[in-house]
Design a protein around this ligand. Sequence first.
Ligand code: FAD
Length: 125
Amino acid sequence: TPPTDCPPDKDELGRSTWTLLHSIAATYPVSPTPNEQSDIKAFMGLFAKLYPCWFCAEDFQRYMKKETVRAASRDEFGNWLCNAHNEVNKKLGKPIFDCNLWEERWRTGWKDGPGQQNMSDIRTQ
Ligand code: FAD
């Protein structure tokens, strides 16, 4: 759905935010330096505090206490984020996304062709 509201509601904000976060994972280094790893952890910690849907932010902070950010590689961070997103999906009764496919969805495009890119919501397990 095209963005229409001003200000954005929690769904539009959520979709845009997941796009940003997964895109950050997609461009995160394959072999990050210790500094890059601490930057992403600091970023996620502040993000969870500042996210403008306060009840979403509270739950997300609780989740991050339980499942601390893993970011020793792009693969590790991408999977951590995918699992975090799935936790929200579960809470909202949305389909669970197959995390083996996060990179196809957010970095490389679907292996079976560019025409499939809009079918992301079907790629669930
Ligand atoms: P979204 O969940 O926004 O996903 C966007 C796209 O990401 C999907 O179309 C799919 O292609 C892909 N995708 C889906 N799952 C995954 C995954 N696991 N890994 C990788 N890619 C995936 N809303 C609430 O109502 N209550 C909340 O408590 C709440 N908490 C939130 C916490 C955070 C940190 C964020 C960022 C958002 C939160 N939201 C919450 C918003 C919610 O997650 C959705 O963004 C919103 O409901 C719109 O959902 P959507 O169906 O458009 O897809």
